[in-house]
Write a protein that binds this ligand. Structure first.
Ligand code: ATP
Length: 312
């Protein structure tokens, strides 16, 4: 049962994933003490796996008024459905490798800043994305991006660091195969050839790459980009634009956005990774659930769309 401090019977669950990059070694004691000193009743649970995390939240559904997820993007996505079902707001202690959702919410600047934000408790509703019924926050991709991840897995990334990454990218580029795509975006059909296709909900993915420089995690839509088949040097020259989300400026990129995107590929059965994890394969049905979840954000974060422009 959860801790109860104020007689309301509601409290906060702090869920830590020790498997996230900084999850095992993080020193949360001081931050926790400051939250408790501010009057929060917090129960700490170390996750033993995805199912255990979901159960931990589900079992306390009616006793909680906030879940703090301490982990990376994979951890947060793993409990998105449960948070949605329980209609629970959440906060993030970014302990992962990429931490792209935290970035999309303006939560940067280390753990002590993240604890400060929880104390300030400024909340905002954000969109959640779905691919074939599975939730994600940041981006899903198929093609080249998934090959890089696969190559990386097979390299000793902790041992080789940035060299492993470069080696993985080079290996993936040499394997970059083109595929045909039919994308139905809010009823409009587009057909093209691609080597890499991404559908983003948030602003950042893959460790700080920008999905589209206009994308916000509370804009009620998904952004799609696809790289047309091109030579290696062309692809390399695109890299800085891709990093900043400015690929609308490039001719060799197809861009669009919408609320519902159906993707068919030839060949079929292509692997789809979402928020860094392999989750499903084509054909794929993407949807956005606007304003699905409430989350603690950095006040005035420029990465979030303000309420006024959302109503336009
Ligand atoms: N709720 C969970 N509890 C325990 N383990 C989880 C949970 N969710 C995911 N995992 C496992 O833990 C691994 C690491 O978690 P996570 O993805 O959050 O951290 P990361 O990879 O370091 O960060 P990021 O996803 O931000 O790059 C995942 O790849 C997955 O295998």
């Amino acid at each position: 049962m959860s801790n109860q401090s104020d007689g309301t019977g509601r409290s906060t669950l702090l869920l830590i994933n020790p498997a996230s990059r900084e999850g095992a070694g993080a020193d949360l004691e001081q931050g926790l003490a400051s939250l408790r000193a501010a009057g929060m009743a917090i129960e700490v649970v170390e996750s033993e796996g995805v199912e255990a995390s979901r159960e931990a939240i589900h079992d306390r559904c009616h006793d909680l008024d906030l879940v703090i997820v301490a982990g990376g993007d994979g951890t947060i996505s793993s409990v998105a459905g449960t948070l949605l079902e329980c209609e629970l707001p959440f906060a993030i202690l970014p302990l992962g490798t990429a931490n792209d959702l935290a970035r999309s919410l303006g939560i940067e600047g280390g753990l002590s800043h993240a604890f400060e934000l929880i104390k300030r408790d400024q909340r905002q509703r954000i969109d959640l994305a779905e691919v074939n019924g599975l939730y994600f926050f940041n981006a899903a991709n198929l093609g080249l991006g998934t090959k890089v991840t696969e190559e990386l897995e097979s390299e000793a990334k902790a041992r080789l660091g940035v060299f492993a990454y470069l080696k993985a990218v080079t290996a993936a580029l040499t394997r970059a195969e083109q595929f045909r795509v039919e994308a139905e975006v809010d009823g409009h059909c587009h057909r093209f050839r691609s080597i890499q296709l991404a559908v983003g909900n948030g602003r950042f993915y893959g460790g700080g790459n920008v999905v589209d420089r206009h994308a916000r995690i509370n804009d009620g839509k998904l952004s799609l980009y696809s790289l047309r088949p091109q030579r290696l040097w062309e692809l390399l020259s695109l890299a800085p634009l891709l990093r900043r989300g400015e690929h609308r400026l490039a001719r060799r990129v197809f861009n669009t956005s919408g609320r519902e995107i159906n993707i068919r590929t030839w060949p079929a059965g292509m692997a789809i990774h979402a928020d860094g994890e392999p989750v499903t394969e084509t054909p794929a049905m993407f949807k956005v659930i606007p304003a699905a979840l409430e989350v603690i954000v950095a006040p005035g974060a420029a990465v979030l769309q303000d309420q006024e422009s959302q109503q336009q």
